[in-house]
Design a protein around this ligand. Structure first.
Ligand code: SF4
Length: 484
């Protein structure tokens, strides 16, 4: 079947695609590569991948571009699901013979509810869907395809689960699809140099953080990896395909989960002269950091989450604050840049712990930070806890403009509004200090391209901060009007 992989059009600037762990419009323009769609696309000859948000393709144009395909696979997420259903319904109306399938963690956890949401969805693929989609594209009847749910005679049928992929080296290279279908200049991440390329060298994470979506839904808790030899071969190809790339990012949940393997890959990258970055936990020993740095590592994306040990224990982070401090010092010593991510509103949060986290971020003084609101995605332990304890507000995870919104609160101790407000405050307290401002000015002075980009991002960031204040004022006014 002629197969299309579609990251559907959504809110303007919505980074909810098949590469994004946290689906919301970010404070600054931000798009991850749709790697989860690119992987099966690489397995199906003659397929096409359209990334509508990154390419800024409006709804009507995107629908027109889908003409002529027999099978369309849409990547969805909890915040974008309703919108994605609208896209599917329009596709079905315009192209009644097109088969439409949904993939992603949301449908993996809620297959029946997802199918019941619209007759336009012919099937949903649960678990890892690469081979599932390949078999459907090859024309295999639904009844013989593991890992899908579909309708038959008015009721929903769930085929047996799809086994997790063992042989990761058997998967073809995603960079072939990137080169064929994507425009790399459209992909921005604030803390990565532009243009960048991101991909996976393995799936799954051995850690069990209660809020984290992918390992609890599609990836699992075993880190399944490609061999260093295969990774280095793809990176050599990527370097040749994208000579303009300033940086390559390994988006594995935790690239540092297997340190000897990571070191072997690093040595290969060093020989290729590649600048690279990756996700890491805040516990990598100095000797490995040194090997990474000597072989091209520029930046680590580190999930610190909270500055309060009790909260870290509550979410099963498996990290001690003293180890995180030591790790951060070692990175600074070696010249490794850190983008630190924090979450406000996790179980145990109070005004005091929010202040602690904000202080912790300033004490670590990493290069850049990201502050997210705790999001209880279906399929996670945090979702179950939120339901059981009455923390869940069942509001949308994103506002009408696609920015993140608090869906968790702690009745009697911390309201959703207090958690929401704390995000902008934490950003302001971190960034409006002489050191981060000095760092930014120094980087801008070094590189004119960097200067233009940072000026644009600075403007977007201030608009975001001001927008949040405006939204909060409007919400307060609405409440007052309602109360009156
Ligand atoms: S270490 Fe990171 S990727 Fe792994 S479960 Fe925790 S948050 Fe998720």
């Amino acid at each position: 079947m002629k197969t299309l992989f579609l990251n559907p059009p959504s809110y303007e600037g919505f980074d909810g695609g098949a590469g994004s762990r946290y689906q919301a419009k970010r404070e600054i323009k931000s798009f991850w590569y749709p790697t989860w769609l690119a992987q099966p696309a690489a397995m199906i000859e003659g397929s096409k991948l359209i990334d509508a948000p990154a390419d800024d393709i409006p709804f009507e144009t995107a629908i027109g571009m889908c003409k002529g395909f027999d099978l369309c696979i849409l990547h969805t997420s909890t915040p974008s699901f309703d919108n994605d259903v609208k896209v599917a319904e329009r596709l079905k109306k315009d192209y009644p013979n097109m088969r439409i399938g949904f993939v992603g963690a949301h449908v993996a956890v809620l297959p029946e509810e997802s199918l019941n949401a619209s007759a336009a969805i012919d099937f949903v693929a649960r678990e890892e869907f690469d081979y599932t989609i390949k078999e459907i594209a090859d024309g295999r009847p639904f009844a013989q395809v593991d890992g899908i749910s579909y309708r038959q005679n008015g009721s929903v049928v769930h085929n047996r689960d799809r086994a997790l992929i063992d042989d990761m080296d058997a998967l073809p290279h995603v960079v072939d699809v990137y080169k064929r279908d994507l425009k790399m200049e459209n992909y921005y991440i604030g803390y990565l140099q532009h243009p960048y390329v991101s991909l996976y060298t393995g799936r799954g994470c051995p850690a069990r953080c209660s809020f984290c979506l992918w390992p609890q839904t599609v990836g699992g808790h075993v880190y399944r990896t490609r061999s260093p030899k295969s990774v280095i071969a793809e990176m050599a190809k990527a370097k040749e395909f994208f000579p303009q790339a300033k940086e390559f990012f390994f988006d594995d949940d935790t690239f540092t989960a297997d340190l000897p393997r990571a070191a072997e890959i690093a040595r290969g990258l060093g020989k290729l002269g590649i600048v690279w970055s990756c996700n890491s936990r805040a516990n990598v020993p100095f000797e490995y950091l040194k090997i990474f740095k000597e072989n091209g590592l520029r930046l680590l994306l580190v999930g610190y989450e909270s500055g309060n040990q009790k909260i870290l224990n509550n979410i099963k982070k498996g990290i001690r604050l003293d180890i995180a401090r030591e790790f951060t010092k070692n990175c600074r010593k070696l010249g490794i840049i850190i983008h630190g991510t924090f979450i406000l509103g996790l179980p145990g949060e109070s005004k005091e712990t929010i202040a602690e986290t904000s202080r912790f971020a300033r004490e670590l003084d990493v290069e850049t930070i990201q502050v997210s609101l705790a999001a209880a995605y279906p399929g996670t332990e945090l979702y179950r806890q939120a339901i059981q304890n009455g923390w869940f507000r069942k509001d949308d995870m994103v506002r009408n403009d696609g920015t993140q919104a608090a869906t968790i609160e702690y009745p009697g101790s911390l309201s959703a509004k207090e958690i929401n407000d704390a995000v902008a405050k934490m950003y302001s307290k971190f960034y409006f200090r002489p050191r981060p401002i000095g760092r930014m000015l120094a980087n801008m002075a070094k590189d004119p391209a960097e200067r233009n980009r940072r000026l644009r991002e600075g403007k977007e960031f201030l608009t975001y901060l001001w927008g949040r204040k405006g939204a909060d004022v409007a919400a307060t006014k609405d409440k007052e009007t309602a109360a009156a």
